[in-house]
Design a protein around this ligand. Structure first.
Ligand code: SF4
Length: 319
């Protein structure tokens, strides 16, 4: 995950909840991708360190466990860059230029100049992030599938060029995670400022939820509503699915008004986030402990990363 700002509800339901479960099945490596963050934020790096610690506190508060998993920062394991360099040698330019997310971001990200050498190469760095640990599976959303495919191609190319099977071809682990739209119905994103942060103050949660778009056809309190067209209802489906089933008929019969419906949702979110926020506060009051977790994660990561890079360098006849 790239530490580019505060984590929000979209991160919780789209990734973190799933990561917490994956820890029970796999040896997981969770990386704060600070090099990747710099690829788009290189002009404004001043908040990077703060974001790293803030995101880390959120991860742990949400249940990512330093005992079960390796939690580390990408730039602290220099092997990522060594393997990135090796992959840069053998990755054809066309593979990178064709990457759909690369083209999409160049088109859509405003206010930053992404036509850089580093940004073009970021899928090769992602391949290094994955293959450094000889990962078997990578939990991704559908939009990231081309990157896993590219990683598989890079692994194949390396293995076939040097006639040694150093890298396995990882599989994408697609999990059907609920998709949570932003408060305004667009994709939830920092740049649209349409999110609720995991650390959001209850007062601000209430204010933001009251400002949410609802069913556009429901103008008056007495108009019957269409919960299937209402973003507030989709939040109920994610955070209080049982209550969502009761709200839907009440909304259709105009038995509940949008103000009350939103008020109740605010309280559900305040309650959901409360234990995370308490834990987060406790963690952030002892930053040394957080740095200790990163140190421990770095050691776990290095134990594998050093071996993999040594194998790759040997094949390349490097000293
Ligand atoms: Fe949406 Fe609730 Fe209003 Fe129905 S009552 S339109 S679900 S906010």
């Amino acid at each position: 995950m790239r530490p580019t700002g505060k984590l929000h509800l979209g991160h919780l339901v789209g990734a973190l909840d799933n990561w917490v479960k994956l820890q029970e099945q796999y040896d997981c490596f969770f990386m704060v991708a600070d090099w990747h963050a710099l690829m788009s934020e290189y002009e404004n790096p001043q908040n990077l360190k703060e974001n790293i610690i803030d995101n880390l506190a959120d991860w742990i508060a949400c249940g990512i466990s330093p005992e079960k998993s390796a939690i580390f920062v990408q730039s602290q394991v220099k092997e990522h860059l060594e393997l990135f360099m090796i992959f840069s040698l053998l990755t054809p330019l066309g593979w990178l230029e064709r990457c759909p997310t690369y083209k999409e971001q160049l088109r859509e990200v405003k206010g930053r100049d992404l036509s850089t050498y580093g940004f073009l190469g970021y899928p090769a760095l992602q391949a290094a992030d994955i293959l450094l640990y000889k990962a078997q599976v990578v939990p991704v959303g559908e939009d990231q599938l081309p990157h896993v495919e590219l990683t598989r191609e890079i692994a194949r190319r390396f293995n076939s060029l040097y006639k040694e099977k150093i890298f396995p071809e990882p599989d994408a682990l697609l999990t059907k995670q609920p998709r949570l739209l932003g408060l305004d119905g667009r994709k939830m994103s920092k740049s649209y400022n349409n999110f609720i942060a995991l650390s959001e103050d209850p007062k601000d949660i209430r204010k933001k939820i009251q400002g949410m778009f609802t069913d556009p056809l429901r103008v008056k309190r007495t108009d019957p509503g269409h919960p299937e067209k209402c973003n507030v209802h989709s939040y109920y489906e994610v955070f209080a699915p049982e209550r969502a089933k009761q709200i839907a008929p009440a909304c259709r019969k105009a038995e509940i008004g949008c103000t009350d419906c939103k008020k109740e949702l605010s309280e559900i979110l305040v309650q959901t986030l409360n234990p995370i926020q308490e834990k987060r506060k406790e963690l952030l009051s002892n930053k040394d402990k957080l740095f200790g977790i990163l140190e421990q994660g770095k050691e776990k990561a290095l134990a594998i990363a050093e071996k993999t890079v040594a194998e790759a360098k040997k094949v390349l006849h490097l000293l």
